[in-house]
Design a protein around this ligand. Structure first.
Ligand code: ADP
Ligand code: 6PG
Length: 165
């Protein structure tokens, strides 16, 4: 399975991805590591990316997915058209749906990252939640009470994967 964790900045993709990788032994790829320096600089300045900025990034991620039949990828995948680029054989998505207030609190707390809270409005504007026909997307509605361990358990159960390696 190629598992993609989607959601806006601060939704917990990296946290869940690293935990799932530790539990499954699958490699974890962070989409952040594949942005161009220009795209990173833009986001660090609080500016949202354009479709054009994202196109080379999505194509690199698609190539990574093709090269890794069993992998966990954190990638915001905000628009339907972006998800369509990432859809290769045996792809599943988990959408981390987090209330904006909780996202804001998390991003204000998170220190060591180029994406800050001022990026959030453009992320939420760009987000296209999964369409009804996107049957390969499973949504996790995250509340402030859900710990990382809770979300890992829910994700493993929803994917039918064993809870421990
Ligand atoms: N379930 C959770 N409960 C509390 N804090 C969380 C949870 N998941 C992630 N966080 C925190 O929220 C911030 C954003 O998480 P992160 O995994 O970096 O999100 P993303 O990769 O989607 O931007 C981090 O500081 C992280 O420690
Ligand atoms: O398409 C985008 O606008 C970016 O990919 C964005 O959604 C992504 O979230 C950033 O890379 C920030 O990094 P974090 O998601 O780790 O905050």
């Amino acid at each position: 399975m190629r598992l993609i964790l989607m959601g806006v900045s601060g939704s917990g993709k990296t946290t869940l991805g690293e935990d799932l990788a530790a539990k499954t032994g699958w490699p974890f790829l962070d989409g952040d590591d594949f942005h161009t320096p220009e795209a990173r600089a833009k986001m660090a300045a609080g500016l949202g990316l354009s479709d054009g900025d994202r196109q080379p990034w999505l194509l690199r991620l698609r190539a990574e997915l093709l090269a890794h039949p069993q992998v966990i990828l954190a990638c915001s995948s905000l628009r339907r058209s972006y998800r369509d680029v990432l859809r290769v054989l045996d792809t599943r998505f988990i959408f981390l749906d987090v209330p904006p207030r909780l996202l804001l609190a998390r991003l204000q707390e998170r220190g060591d990252h180029y994406a800050h809270a001022d990026l959030l409005p453009s992320q939420l504007d760009t987000l296209e939640p999964p369409d009804r026909d996107e049957a390969d997307v499973m949504t996790l509605h995250v509340t402030p009470q859900d710990s990382p361990a809770d979300l890992t358990r829910l994700a493993l159960a929803a994917l039918g994967l064993p809870h421990a390696r």
